[in-house]
Ligand binder design. Sequence first.
Ligand code: SPV
Ligand code: MN
Length: 626
Amino acid sequence: MNTEDNRTLERLKVRLGESNYQKLVKIDNPELYHFIAKYIELFNPEKIFVCTDSPEDIRHVKQESIKAGEEVELAVEGHTYHFDSYHDQARDKDNSKYLLPSGVELGQNINAMDRSEGLKEIHLIMKDIMQGNQLFIGFFCLGPLNSQFSIPAVQLTDSGYVAHSEDLLYRQGYEEFIRLGRSARFLKFVHSAGELDERKTSKNIDKRRVYIDLEDEIVFSTNTQYGGNTIGLKKLAMRPAIKRASKEGWLTEHMFIMGVHGPSRRVTYFTGAFPSLCGKTSTSMLPGESIVGDDIAYLRNIDGVIRAVNPESGMFGVIQGVNSVDDPLIWKVLHNPGDVIFSNVLVTKEKGVHWIGKDGKEPEKGFNYAGEWTPGKKDENGNFILTSHPNARFTLDLQLLDNMDPKLNDPEGVLVGGIIYGGRDSDTKVPVEESFDWVHGFITMGAALESETTAATLGKEGVRKINPMSNLDFLSIPIGRYIESHLNFGAKLNNPPPIFSVNYFLKDKEGKFTNDKTDKAVWLKWMELRSHNEVEAIEMPTGFIPKYEDLNKLFNEVLNKDYSEEDYVNQFSVRVPENLAKIDRVEDFYKTKVTDTPQILFEVLEEQKQRLIAAQEKYGDNISPL
Ligand code: SPV
Ligand code: MN
């Protein structure tokens, strides 16, 4: 330790007090000391709490959140609710920016600004921002402990709600920091909810910022509480992790990981990328299957195969539509004692909660993210205020779920048997389809992924947007380079797993959904069999689709229902004009907006176009699988 390190420690001792100081110095890492000292001095909190992995410390954080009023206890033991400001209900894409040194560019799809300007601005906004408040310092590990996948991370926040959420969602990492000492290459997150109003929600939304400094691997977040903007280890950590991954030859993806249970007790693991609110969590939570993670995955090539881990160990899930029939396992956790946070739901006088799509009758009054609520209440623009926000969520530790996969904490991760790309697509893609090979799948299903926008980000809903790998919101490298990383990753595999696309949102000519909500269970079982070459498929211009008789058999086995040939034709016919239009949109996007697109992307799209045109000449606009 040099004199500068010692001076930093002296300063920390004064600020932290003896017991917190002792906790911190058990970790031998001067970089950590300097980082913490710098931000303590900038934020100027009145109190500081260093949280270790001990259950007492973790309990203390929750108690402090309740004491400060950011969370309020509900009738069910262990449950709390939290509100975000009415104008702070989703990720703020406009104010999430990369801070780039001169000479670095990420392309026009990625929001960025000059690094020194951004740092100046954020330091100014956050100066003395914690005066009179408490700072929590938490240590976490992204991915299983002591694994080649894992990334240590430290969080500084003045929000007990954020700190508590992280305790539920991530693996504790204090001991891991001690073990790693100076070798820890850790990510850093600093957050302040800023000034709070009487409802304990962030007040200065105009000063809401999420700034990502890739140089020092620090993410700043301020004047916001909504989890997607604040929970450092969630979407904020994805940004530096994507950059690291691209440099080091692995992948950080916006994907669930689940075990699909096949014949003879076989479990095949799938990862699936879906934009927010497109069925990602509900797929990973399908009855009879097991969940490793519902949101983020790290993928590595280990001995020529893909292995994956979930950097998280909890779930920050959408609550809208959760009901006892479709989501029995989540339902059970949401109705039993345990550590669960409900955010932006309706709370009743009896300290119960309600949300859109919950079983039972809607309460006649309560209070929600907009204040006192009765049915029919309108906001200042005359829009109805819904019972709960469409992006209202529950937060829980995966350990509470009966279907948690036993390999969640395996340091080796799970072997990936298939990759799925899904989007919200009302008129083009069939419900399930397998690609011809890795490159074809990655490009026509991943890089060309389109989806209609949802309530998970601020802005208009229902607009079709391209979202490569459903990861666009989090990319910290130019899109072309990200695509290149994927192609390189695939090229180095001995035997790449099959790639599939799914679409749960296909509508017929009358605008009705062609599928039932539960049908995805069948698509998964079919993909599981394909992964082991145990079922045949029909070659169509866009990929391999299931045969009618196989699906009918699976519908009977899995859902105990018949599947009509008429439904099959409706769902699996290739709509040629729609598919061609999609290719045009995708080509246009890459041609005009992604200057570093690898040439192969255009070639693969062109081949698909030619296959479609040739088929159209033979069979017409609508090609029946029969
Ligand atoms: C998503 O929107 O993709 C989520 C929730 O998983 S958030 O934390 O807001 O990113
Ligand atoms: Mn997500």
